[in-house]
Design a protein around this ligand. Structure first.
Ligand SMILES: Cc1cc2nc3c(=O)[nH]c(=O)nc-3n(C[C@H](O)[C@H](O)[C@H](O)COP(=O)(O)OP(=O)(O)OC[C@H]3O[C@@H](n4cnc5c(N)ncnc54)[C@H](O)[C@@H]3O)c2cc1C
Length: 446
């Protein structure tokens, strides 16, 4: 390992190894999976050296950027783990509305940089999530119902391949690798060192509405939400979060909160787009009702992060669906009945119907996105809560079109996340770019 300076790599058993391993997982449920070596890369040379070492010694390779995979997909026994969190560069070209960013750049940090220059990108909704994993898996972000999953705004990538070659891929160069890098997520078979992004003008207004309902009107609110899903203005991210308590909103008991940002050219337009929330037939049962208030991204990030506490243990699972409310409600009741304490939550998102997408591995989505985030603090509760998300999504899988890799739980519950055609093309591209299977792939697939 001459090419890697001491202090940038840790073999299993070395001082610092366990701190380095645990440091790659954002929450407290760090799986008992142990890479043989962890390389804390600062540049391409470190990455190439790590790949060479893996190849020469018969190890497979994993990559971690922000470590926000709920499943910690990057931790695999016996592998070489390339930690790219230090590759956090960002160069913004405001005139051409493009940026070049490193995989270790936090999405919320990029949004702040862009905001300062009156620019915008469909970055993710949470602090801590890095662009590496976020962009590779699709990327559902701010105003994504307008701009599409963030990977549609990736116009090129710098990638180091299994044989250590540094290449640039885009629509013209290495198109199969470019196809794969936009949706393969934790199954991507190369090391991304830079993403080239298309940027957008910053919307003039970001408005918000907030409505909170008690669980006893769950049937009415989910039936209404399903019924209007095709009508919701695409500038509105209509989402409902069900959780057992919402102290930060002054709600003690279980609630379903519709807190939805709308991005528009003016406050008046944002307010108009959000008016649909007044059409809920049980709107008079709302225990909190704010039809409109001006908002901004820093406020949103703070609010969203109350659901994701890094001193907790997490598990997640999800599904896309176009099933009717009648079909979904039995499963939803089971989800609510079995939900662990807050901040565990059930997300309902009105997403489609969507426009035709670009030709890319991200190839499954549907009208409604359902995701479960189980959370607890005591390791003794792992057995009790650890399969809440997976078992409820398994029970509803007959109503699913597939899953989104953002909240994947493939090691526990293999599921379909790309079309058959896209999977065939992914497999072919993997055989071309990684013929010896150097890179570990998804933890499960159908
Ligand atoms: C609190 C929280 C909030 C979230 N909010 C959103 C959201 O709003 N929208 C959304 O779409 N998703 C969201 N996610 C999901 C998140 O986008 C994915 O988990 C994403 O993979 C995280 O990226 P990361 O770089 O932080 O994670 P990592 O765990 O580092 O990466 C995930 C996987 O991607 C691959 N990978 C990462 N970097 C590279 C690279 N440079 N080269 C090659 N492969 C790489 C690896 O296989 C890795 O295992 C959220 C997750 C959490 C925990």
């Amino acid at each position: 390992m001459d090419a890697l300076p001491a202090g940038r790599h840790f073999f299993r058993g070395d001082d610092g190894y366990e701190v380095a391993r645990q440091g790659t997982v954002w929450h407290q449920k760090v799986p008992d999976r142990y890479p043989e070596m962890i390389v804390q890369a600062v540049d391409a040379e470190d990455i190439v050296a790590g790949l060479r070492y893996a190849k020469a010694n018969g190890h497979q390779v994993n990559i971690v950027s922000g470590g926000h995979s709920f499943a910690a997909s990057h931790l695999r026994d016996g592998a070489v783990l390339l930690d790219l969190s230090r590759l956090d560069h960002a160069t913004i070209d405001a005139d051409n509305k493009t940026a070049v960013v490193g995989p270790g750049k936090g999405g919320s940090l990029l949004m702040a940089d862009l905001e300062a220059q009156n620019l915008f990108f469909p970055g993710g909704h949470c602090k801590g999530v890095c662009l590496g994993g976020y962009l590779l898996q699709g990327g559902y972000g701010w105003n994504s119902r307008i701009y599409g999953p963030a990977c549609e705004s990736v116009i090129g990538l710098d990638v180091i391949t299994a044989d250590g070659e540094q290449i640039h891929c885009d629509a013209e160069n290495h198109p199969d690798l470019y196809f794969a890098a936009r949706g393969a997520g934790p199954g991507f078979f190369g090391v991304v060192t830079s993403f080239y992004l298309k940027l957008y003008p910053r919307p003039a207004a970001c408005g918000t509405s907030v409505y909170a309902y008690p669980w006893d009107v769950a049937d009415e609110v989910y039936t209404w939400a399903r019924g209007i899903s095709a009508e919701v203005d695409r500038r509105v991210e209509m989402q409902a979060i069900a959780t057992r308590s919402l102290p930060e909103m002054g709600i003690d008991g279980p609630g379903i909160v519709f807190a939805s940002p709308a991005f528009a050219d003016s406050e008046a337009e944002a307010e108009k787009a959000l008016a649909i929330f007044e059409t809920c037939p049980v709107v008079d049962r709302a225990v909190l009702k704010v039809p409109y208030m001006p908002s901004d991204l820093p406020t949103w990030y703070t609010a969203v992060m109350t659901h994701y506490l890094d001193d907790h243990r997490y598990t997640a699972d999800n599904m896309w669906t176009s099933a009717s409310a009648d079909e979904l409600l039995p499963g939803i009741h089971k989800i609510l009945d079995t939900m662990p304490p807050a901040p565990s939550h059930f997300l309902w998102l009105n997403w489609g119907p969507s426009p035709a997408r670009q030709d890319m591995a991200y190839s499954i989505e549907d009208e409604v996105y359902l995701a479960l985030y189980g959370s607890w603090t005591d390791a003794a509760d792992d057995d009790r809560y650890g399969n809440w998300a997976g078992s409820n999504m398994a029970a509803m899988s007959g109503l699913a079109t597939g899953i989104q890799l953002a909240d994947e739980n493939l090691g526990q519950r293999p599921a379909k996340f790309a079309s058959d055609e896209a999977m065939a093309r992914l497999d072919k591209a993997r055989a071309t770019y990684d013929p010896d299977g150097l890179f570990n792939s998804w933890m499960g697939r159908l």
